[in-house]
Design a protein around this ligand. Structure first.
Ligand code: KG4
Ligand code: ZN
Length: 340
């Protein structure tokens, strides 16, 4: 069978990325420029600045990805791009670049949902097996997704307030750690102990998440310590927060694994880079679910990148999902059956 080469573009938040992917499985090149250094100055992503930097970076990153794969746009079969969800101004730059390339080189345009990209990042490790349960945990999302087959997405649980990555970042801010808090908390937690008692988030529905209460609980804890004249141990607080948040997260996964009959569990999204979460998945799956296979995505495919959009775009392309030149970016976009 002829190889299918996808050029993929991702620009939904503060990473400008382009990748060339072969048959949805092999990364021929994957280039990501992050804007973290700039947004750190403001303690979070400033949408207006993000769009401007995407404009500066997009052509450079596409050229670099093609160069590394030793290809020209003529060699690719389709142009895949993140249509949504994300920051509208940021998405817009990627959509425009994809449309321009598709028009200039007469290539099909394949729209991709950002979260499906995160899920299909696992295809770089092994074949996805269905029915499948995916835990998608990122800066904007905490979702449990059930998939009966390729490209059949059913969101069975989601956050009622903050996404878990957002909670990491907000707690990071409370603890005076630079943006983004997630990787810093991950690192500091290794040096701490879970000595601070934080209430486990309570949610009535067993498949939904809630993380906003944890930030408030930490703020209350800090002010209690201050009143008593005691010093806060930041590493211990990072560890306490992480253990409480991840334990609440895993309770939901456990519930879903027990009621849905799945062949495979996959982890997805920026928070999948968390070392403790990776450890928990491995431990729990091997001990409690030896009959369900599991995949943890490669570290470089956890946080936003375009290779994952190429992996998902490959399946979309095979399914005949295409966009015309009137396609636009979508700031919010449901995952459930989004291209039916
Ligand atoms: O998927 P992603 O790159 O962007 C979105 O689609 O949101 O995820 C970014 C999120 C941020 O909230 C960041 O703090 C979090 O992923 N993150 C982590 C780690 N690395 C990134 N959270 C916890 N531990 C990490 N090691
Ligand atoms: Zn993402």
């Amino acid at each position: 069978m002829k190889d299918v080469i996808i050029l993929a573009i991702e620009s939904s938040c503060d990473e400008t990325a382009c990748a060339i992917v072969k048959n949805g499985k092999e990364i021929l090149s994957s280039k990501v420029t992050t804007q973290i250094d700039v947004h750190t100055l403001y303690g979070g992503v400033v949408p207006e600045i993000a769009s401007r930097i995407h404009v500066e970076n997009i052509s450079i990153i596409i050229k670099e990805a093609l160069k590394e794969a030793n290809m020209s746009v003529d060699d690719v079969d389709a142009i895949a791009f993140t249509q949504g969800p994300g920051l509208i101004g940021s998405l817009h730059i990627g959509v425009l670049a994809a449309k321009t390339l598709a028009w200039a080189y007469n290539k099909p345009l394949v729209p991709v949902h950002h979260l499906s990209g995160h899920i299909y990042a696992n295809a770089f490790v092994g074949d996805l097996q269905f029915p499948l349960l995916a835990l998608v945990v990122s800066g904007g999302h905490s979702e449990l997704v059930y998939m009966r087959q390729d490209y059949d997405f059913q969101v069975i649980g989601s956050t009622l307030d903050d996404a878990i990555g957002e909670a990491y970042d907000k707690v990071g801010r409370v603890l005076n750690l630079p943006y983004p808090g997630g990787p810093k908390i991950d690192k500091l937690a290794k040096e701490g102990k879970p000595i601070y008692k934080l209430p486990k988030p309570k949610v009535d529905s067993p498949l939904d998440f809630s993380f906003s209460g944890l930030k408030s609980a930490i703020m209350q804890s800090i002010s209690r310590l201050e009143k008593k004249g005691e010093q806060l141990n930041v590493a211990d607080m990072c560890c306490s927060f992480q253990e409480t948040a991840l334990s609440a997260l895993w309770d939901r996964v456990e519930y879903a694994l027990n009621i849905y009959d799945v062949k495979q569990f996959v982890l997805a999204g920026g928070v999948a880079a968390n070392s403790r979460l990776r450890e928990i998945v491995q431990e729990k799956m091997e001990k409690d679910h030896p009959n369900i296979s599991y995949i943890i995505p490669p570290l470089r495919c956890c946080t936003d990148n375009a290779a994952m959009i190429g992996a998902s775009g490959y399946i979309a392309y095979q399914k005949g999902i295409k966009a015309d030149y009137s396609v636009g970016a979508m700031a919010s976009m449901d995952l459930d059956n989004h291209f039916d």
